[in-house]
Design a protein around this ligand. Structure first.
Ligand code: SF4
Length: 408
């Protein structure tokens, strides 16, 4: 397995440098008289950037724990403290790491306060309460109501009031005034970065795709952690340039690409390399992922930044109905010429996994594209069975042959 290789994306080295500088800056924050806030991945980070607070993402750290296969060890530490094995493995890894300091990057810098938004799940609400007690720091909480159908103006007003309250809390924690002009500027940069990320992903509509979702899972770190800063825009500009060059030269992320797939849910971090190689061997390219697209949806172009942020963050991918998610996936299937969908039924992430069977049915009915559900977890290897997953993937790709031949 794995004799053929995906060509290396050179912008990846620049990203590593950028992320190292960012983590170093966060670790040295106290020495430089800067504050650090831990924030959820779907939280309105623009508030922090506008206040010159360094954002740190336990979920991003969680992904690193997964990739470096520290998941089970850290989860067990949390379980031995009494936390249920049914809890999200990011939360368990984070708690395990926070109390022991065990981490692939020697731990995260201690937070001065926490910013939690429940637009991704209810788990974060309790997880951040635990962190607030553990570090004895204030918790700024933004409540985002679930969108069952269309977003109502009432919901927008409610989230705006949450943001205003959060701003007041931050002013009191940091002892300084919130600068609305700076916030507008940061929101604008963040919206631009999100559009640029979306355009970068859209380059994979080309056949063959110049990048796979496995590359994207690594290259997404800046849009998750540093959106709202100029350097993120510069980075994605460089990446786009490289990928456009690949498109011009017909360079494929998966040499000899035959099948085009869509991935739903988080990656299985501890199996990234094996799965990527498996799909390369099967000449199948993961051309898109709903997870990657989640950061390409922030429209922050409105003239009132509080209003724009409220609308953008309330409509997080997993904060919307199953029908809405299915429609978004249909657009991806059609726009990216997808032959099949792999649904990662993620034991940790129930809000993301809920409804996947229904979405699979809807997509097949609407587009004829079949789906495969594989059961795993993004970080907890103890619930993953390699043999059955790989066998099912091979069998699924085999069933795509007629569809692929019809497309050609
Ligand atoms: S339950 Fe899902 S959305 Fe919530 S923190 Fe875990 S992985 Fe993220």
């Amino acid at each position: 397995m794995g004799e053929r290789r995906s060509p290396r994306i050179h912008a990846g080295s620049r990203m590593k440098e950028m992320m190292s500088t960012y983590y170093l800056g966060a670790k040295n924050a106290a020495d430089n008289n800067q504050k650090v806030a831990w924030i959820t991945s779907g939280g309105p980070v623009e508030l922090l950037i506008a206040m010159d607070v360094i954002p740190v993402y336990p979920e991003n750290h969680g992904a690193m724990c997964g990739v470096t296969r520290m998941g089970p060890e850290l989860c067990e530490i949390a379980e031995n403290m009494g936390y249920s094995r049914d809890l999200c493995s990011y939360a368990r890894c984070d708690i395990g790491s926070a109390v022991t300091g065990k981490s692939p990057i020697m731990g995260l810098p201690k937070p001065d306060f926490l910013l939690c938004c429940n637009n991704i799940c209810g788990t974060v609400t309790k997880w951040y309460e635990v962190l607030a007690r553990l570090f004895d720091v204030p918790l700024v909480f933004i409540d985002a109501p679930f969108i069952h159908d269309e977003m109502t103006e009432g919901s927008v007003e409610y989230v705006k009031s949450q943001l205003r309250r959060g701003i007041k809390q931050m002013e009191s924690i940091l002892g300084k005034k919130f600068d609305m002009d700076r916030f507008s500027e940061v929101a604008m940069l963040s919206g631009e970065a999100s559009s640029m990320w979306g355009e970068t992903l859209a380059l994979c509509k080309n056949i063959p795709a110049p990048m796979s979702a496995f590359d994207g899972f690594i290259l997404m770190a800046p849009i998750v952690t540093l959106r709202g800063t100029r350097e993120v825009l510069d980075f994605y500009e460089t990446l786009q340039k490289e990928l456009k060059e690949r498109v011009r030269e017909g360079v494929a992320a998966v040499p000899g690409e035959k099948y085009r797939l869509l991935w739903d849910n988080l990656p299985i971090w501890f199996k990234m390399r094996d799965l990527s190689e498996k799909f390369i061997d099967l000449s199948a390219c993961m051309v898109a992922s709903t997870y990657l697209n989640a950061w390409a949806r922030y429209d922050l172009s409105g003239s009132d930044p509080v209003d724009a942020i409220a609308r953008a963050y309330a409509s997080a991918f997993v904060n919307e109905s199953i029908l809405h998610r299915a429609k978004l996936m249909r657009d991806i299937v059609e726009g990216y010429s997808v032959d099949g969908v792999i649904f990662h039924s993620n034991r940790s992430c129930r809000p993301y996994s809920l409804g996947q069977y229904d979405i699979k049915e809807m997509l097949t009915e609407w587009t004829g594209v079949p789906g495969l559900i594989v059961e795993a977890d993004m970080n907890d290897e103890r619930v993953y069975s390699e043999g059955p997953v790989m066998t099912r993937i091979e069998a699924f790709i085999e069933t795509l042959k007629p569809r692929r031949e019809a497309r050609v």
